[in-house]
Design a protein around this ligand. Structure first.
Ligand SMILES: Cc1cc2nc3c(=O)[nH]c(=O)nc-3n(C[C@H](O)[C@H](O)[C@H](O)COP(=O)(O)OP(=O)(O)OC[C@H]3O[C@@H](n4cnc5c(N)ncnc54)[C@H](O)[C@@H]3O)c2cc1C
Length: 312
């Protein structure tokens, strides 16, 4: 049977939106799609895939690649080998994908963000989206890919019939490694996900001393100050203010990014903002591809001018 196996990512009973990118890629590949999901009451549109294969296990079982080996064995026993196994490009997705590739001796392409249907090439980007590489499997057989969040959602096609449901049971749960608990980040900081206006700063602001002035500008604009990961890693701002895949996903009315290049890990966290304004001194900065308005300028000079204007 020729099909694509999509390994769903679920967290605390929620079907993660990033799964839609894997489903969208399946539509482009023109393959029967089989969504592998732990048993549970997940809110999914069952017309988006051909088959839903429910694994007789709790969701944390999917977080352990050792369990995933047993799950995959059972899937193959029941349905035969998939043409492709698709994971999300998340920390658990990449961990499981690489483990499956090693364990089953399969080729793997990570962080796929495009598909050239005519040439049959998968595409992934390098150097903050400045160049793209094309990949095609040499020969036949199953391969593994991880899909970048936000890349294929738009290609999801709703089918006319609901998915067939299958059950995968009898899996072996690993005792070598156990899920303990989800740990909520403790914070007394502002919640950047609730802000209507975010002023976000990146490595381009140069050093920590600049933060105070940006904070002042944020106050004048009635905005909340957030940052890219380097700003957090350098401890210029607290972790609760980080935007991106390993920070928070935000959707403010206005996202004003200053000195941020636009790496995909950052873009994934803010691309759905209503209005994105980017300030960068490099006209080739990738963030301009996503911005509704772009300003090629020195962030500090523009900040100081804005403060003068706002002070009246
Ligand atoms: C697993 C993983 C998870 C990650 N998670 C995140 C995440 O959640 N969020 C995140 O942001 N990143 C994340 N990253 C890091 C990400 O890949 C980028 O490295 C990061 O987003 C770059 O931050 P930046 O744009 O601030 O810095 P840079 O890429 O260094 O860009 C700085 C920009 O500032 C511009 N600039 C320089 N001087 C000035 C000036 N005077 N005025 C105006 N512009 C100027 C430059 O032209 C450049 O475009 C993650 C990476 C990995 C591997």
């Amino acid at each position: 049977m020729s099909y694509a196996l999509i390994v769903a990512e679920v967290r605390r009973g929620v079907f993660e939106e990033r799964n839609l990118d894997a489903i969208g890629l399946c539509s482009l590949l023109d393959k029967e799609s089989c969504l592998l999901i732990p048993e549970g009451a997940y809110d999914i549109n069952d017309k988006l895939v051909n088959v839903v294969a429910k694994v007789d296990a709790e969701e944390m079982v999917f977080l352990n690649p050792l369990n995933m080996v047993s799950i995959l064995d059972k899937v193959i026993e029941k349905r035969g080998k998939p043409d492709v196994i698709i994971f999300t490009h998340s920390s658990s997705g990449t961990e499981c994908a690489s483990y499956m590739a090693g364990r089953f001796d399969l080729p793997v392409i990570t962080d796929v963000s495009g598909f050239d249907k005519e040439g049959g090439f998968f595409m992934k980007s390098y150097y903050s989206d400045k160049i793209f590489g094309q990949f095609r499997q040499a020969g036949d057989g199953t391969y593994v890919i991880t899909v970048r969040s936000g890349s294929f959602k738009e290609f999801v096609v709703e089918k006319s019939v609901s998915a067939a449901v299958e059950t995968i049971s009898g899996i072996t749960i690993s005792e070598e490694r156990n899920f303990i608990e989800y740990v909520e980040e403790e914070t007394t900081e502002v919640d950047i996900t609730k802000a209507d206006f975010l002023l976000s700063v990146g490595r381009g602001i140069g050093n920590k001393d600049e933060i105070e002035d940006f904070m002042e500008l944020a106050d004048m604009l009635k905005a909340v100050l957030s940052g890219s990961r380097p700003v957090i890693d350098k401890m210029w701002l607290p972790k609760a203010r980080q935007v991106g895949t390993s920070g928070k996903t935000v959707k403010p009315k206005v996202y004003l990014a200053m000195g941020i290049s636009g790496a995909f890990q950052h873009i994934a966290g803010m691309k759905d903002s209503d209005c994105i304004i980017a300030v960068n001194k490099d006209p080739e900065a990738p963030i301009f591809q996503y911005a509704h308005f772009g300003v090629i300028a020195d962030a500090m000079k523009l900040r100081d001018k804005m403060k003068v204007v706002l002070k009246g």
